[in-house]
Design a protein. Structure first.
Length: 280
């Protein structure tokens, strides 16, 4: 369905790889093009958040791979995809190293998580975080790509969920305090678990309930769009209300939304909402 979000997106010049990848996904049926994404790939195989920084980033690498899975093939796409996944295979949260596992088990007890369960960091040589892990998992699913990394990353998401359901940015518990879930990270993680048919039933249910409640009065198109993308498999749980809220906000404010929020809105307002774990 062509919406005001699609119309506005056609006029945008993306400034980040996140914006570029999401724009390419949202416009895949109207103006397919992956040349700029392919040109922005770094020599190591990853993508950075901003082309000028050239710092490899797991979150944007995952988004770029998802976008490439849903646009027409070009001869150079296969090579770019192989190099992208090769970088993801080599890159892991620092807690995946035996020395850091020893540190977290014996000395650093301020955070509560199992260091044997790790995913992807935002950048190399840092620990795993929810958003890059979730997006990388969706990229593996979009390409139906098997990997020994996937089970550990799924287990990491389950291990680091908040006690009440949902996810914070990294851990569910730190410095003796149960952390509150964040709607954006919760939606990303739920998308990843559902795409892989993973996740303990009650965790998925608690997260879906949290998102439904938290987003009911939300005015952020970015958060609402992620919520719709995550809840589309959840039997209509408040989904219609969220879709209408998103349609109303985007129709009124399309010109002022940033490009990433606008593209996510367009994907969420497709009928059915776009599934980030699929491939065209």
């Amino acid at each position: 369905m062509d919406t005001s979000a699609h119309t506005e997106l056609r006029t945008r010049e993306p400034r980040t790889i996140e914006e570029m990848a999401l724009q390419r996904l949202a416009l895949r049926k109207f103006a397919p093009n992956t040349g700029d994404l392919l040109g922005a790939q770094l020599p190591c195989g990853a993508w950075s958040n901003r082309p000028v920084t050239a710092i490899p980033n797991a979150y944007t690498t995952g988004l770029a791979l998802i976008a490439l899975a849903n646009n027409p093939w070009a001869p150079e796409v296969r090579s770019a995809v192989e190099r992208g996944f090769s970088w993801l295979e080599r890159t892991r949260g620092r807690e995946g190293h035996w020395l850091w596992q020893w540190k977290f088990r014996l000395f650093d007890r301020q955070v509560r998580f199992d260091p044997n369960k790790f995913g992807w960091p935002w950048m190399e040589n840092t620990v795993s975080w929810v958003a890059p892990t979730a997006i990388a998992l969706l990229a593996y699913k979009a390409w139906n790509r098997p990997s020994e990394r996937v089970p550990s990353a799924l287990a990491m998401l389950e291990d680091r969920a908040c006690a009440a359901g949902g996810w914070n940015a990294g851990n569910g518990h730190a410095f003796g305090v149960d952390l509150d879930p964040h709607p954006d990270f919760s939606a990303m993680a739920l998308c990843a678990l559902e795409a892989h048919d993973a996740g303990e039933f009650f965790l998925v249910e608690r997260t879906a309930r949290f998102l439904g409640r938290r987003l009911e009065e939300c005015g952020s198109a970015y958060s609402l769009a992620w919520g719709v993308l995550a809840l589309q498999r959840s039997s209509g749980r408040r989904l219609g209300t969220l879709v209408e809220s998103l349609r109303r906000i985007s129709g009124r404010n399309a010109a002022t939304l940033n490009t990433a929020a606008l593209a996510l809105t367009a994907l969420a307002l497709e009928s059915p909402a776009f599934d980030l774990g699929t491939r065209a």
